[in-house]
Design a protein around this ligand. Structure first.
Ligand code: PLP
Length: 459
């Protein structure tokens, strides 16, 4: 069987992202073969509704022929153009200009990367450079949120606030710090939004005071923390943090790798609160996963300070062979056209409201402790005691049971290790597909409750 030989080859040769290598060898790979609309088909011919858009990225759904066509056309005409030596290509220039038009405020300058991790890494390099050339070489410390995810580059993984990315990688570095996440369900302030916001602002002020105001360069955050388990801060939080950064004289970096491109309603998460960060990172939805690409956007002021702080004739030594790749840029332009002119972002806003309402109906399930969502991004936190908000014991293997039961029910979602389930359906979902996602998820929760150890653990 082809499937079996692929499993063997995979086990012997392919290293997978963020997995237990030994567990993966035991379990074996699940090979995906094709996709159409919101559905994936695996090598055994099973069809699955992908309620996670691949990895929060295939926002336009699978099988979009217009994207395939522009990529093929660009590949045939000019598959590669370097951005070094002042060369460039038309799609990259047009994509940069289009992003400048769509991004908030004066985020008018774009450096393209291959994905989110190197967008964060580039942002960190730019920030260090900026501090040096503006005559503040002490200003290098970075602050981010606990559980925040900012990729896995050697420096960016230390800005990430998740233990798995630090353990045995000697991270975070001494210049990287974390403050508590604005996590309403597990906050002592619970439903008091103002108190949660005040606590975050105070934590940032306290951390800056502890490090020294002249030593802190930037605060990094996601408008909604995706990999933390979709932690949705209270409305007004992002704006308050922007104001605190300005007051403290530190840069704000909004990491929109997940929240960008309509995932939470507007094109960018920052738009919910009229926030203009100093730097914005993006990837995933930029090309909807059809081709690798990420970007860092910077304000006029930040760009000009780097430009004017560098002696004419000296290069700013940051670059990537595949920065501004013409095929990815052509894909990005077409994806942006689909979001805006073909109404995909508008559809996401419409069905996102239904998704939110339908997910809320799961609150009566014995395993469901918290449901949080904004637009087409949602998290469901499972507990074994609703009253005590008890996290499921790791020995129950809940996330593995959930993934397997979901798969049997024809549904893909993200089952985080700590009992949180993440959803990020394609923005092109129909109302019927939203109903299917929620229905199949309820059935999955019921199936998991039928497992004796889990049923016994639930109070
Ligand atoms: N930043 C955020 C908010 C992310 O969610 C991710 C990936 O999930 C990254 C950065 C890293 O992006 P990539 O996996 O493309 O390197």
């Amino acid at each position: 069987m082809v499937a079996n030989s692929l499993i063997e080859l995979d086990r012997d040769h392919l290293i997978h992202s963020v997995t237990s290598w030994s567990d993966h060898e035991r379990r074996g790979v699940t090979v995906l073969q094709s996709g159409q609309g919101v559905y994936l088909t695996d090598i055994e011919g099973r069809t699955l509704l992908d309620a996670f858009s691949g990895l929060w990225c295939v926002n336009v759904g699978y099988g979009r022929q217009s994207i395939v066509d522009v990529a093929a056309e660009q590949m045939g005409r000019l598959p590669y153009a370097t951005g070094y030596f002042s060369f460039g290509s038309e799609p990259a220039i047009r994509l940069a200009a289009r992003l400048a038009e769509l991004a908030p405020g004066d985020l008018n300058h774009v450096f393209f990367t291959l994905g989110g991790s190197d967008a964060i890494d580039s942002a960190i390099r730019f920030i260090r450079y900026h501090s040096n050339v503006t005559g503040r070489p002490e200003k290098k410390h970075l602050i981010a949120l606990d559980k925040g995810y900012h990729g896995s580059s050697s420096t960016g993984a230390g800005v990430t606030g998740l233990a798995n990315f630090h353990r045995d990688f000697d991270l975070p570095f001494a210049f990287q710090h974390h403050i508590p996440a604005p996590y309403p369900y597990r906050s002592e302030h619970q439903v008091d939004d103002a108190a949660i916001i005040t606590a975050s602002v105070r934590s940032l002020h306290d951390k800056v005071a502890e490090i020294g105001a002249d030593k802190v360069a930037a605060f990094f955050c996601e408008p909604i923390q995706g990999s933390a388990g979709v932690i949705v801060p209270p409305r007004g939080w992002l704006k308050a943090m922007r104001e605190a950064c300005t007051e403290l004289g530190i840069l704000m970096v909004a990491d929109e790798v997940i929240t960008g491109f309509g995932r939470t309603g507007p094109l960018f998460g920052c738009e919910h609160e009229g926030v203009v960060p100093d730097l914005m990172t993006m990837a995933k939805g930029l090309t909807a996963g059809y081709s690798p690409m990420g970007a860092v956007m910077m304000t006029d002021g930040f760009y000009e300070a780097m430009r004017d702080g560098t002696k004419a004739g000296l290069p700013i030594g940051h670059g990537l062979t595949y920065s501004a790749h013409p095929v990815s840029a052509a894909v990005g332009l077409e994806v942006l056209r689909l979001y805006t002119e073909e109404g995909i972002v508008a559809n996401g806003q419409k069905v996102g409201a239904l998704f939110e309402r339908r997910l809320a109906t799961l609150a009566d399930h014995p395993l469901v402790g918290d449901i949080r969502s904004r637009g087409m991004l949602a998290g469901v936190e499972l507990v074994t005691s609703k009253a005590l908000k008890t996290k499921p014991a790791p020995s129950l293997g809940l996330s593995e049971h959930l993934s397997q039961a979901g798969y049997r029910n024809g549904l893909i979602f993200r089952a985080f290790a700590d009992g949180i389930v993440g959803f990020a359906p394609p923005l092109c979902c129909t109302e019927d597909e939203i109903e299917l996602i929620v229905g199949r998820f309820r059935k999955t929760l019921d199936d998991v409750m039928d497992i004796k150890e889990i049923r016994d653990a639930v109070e």
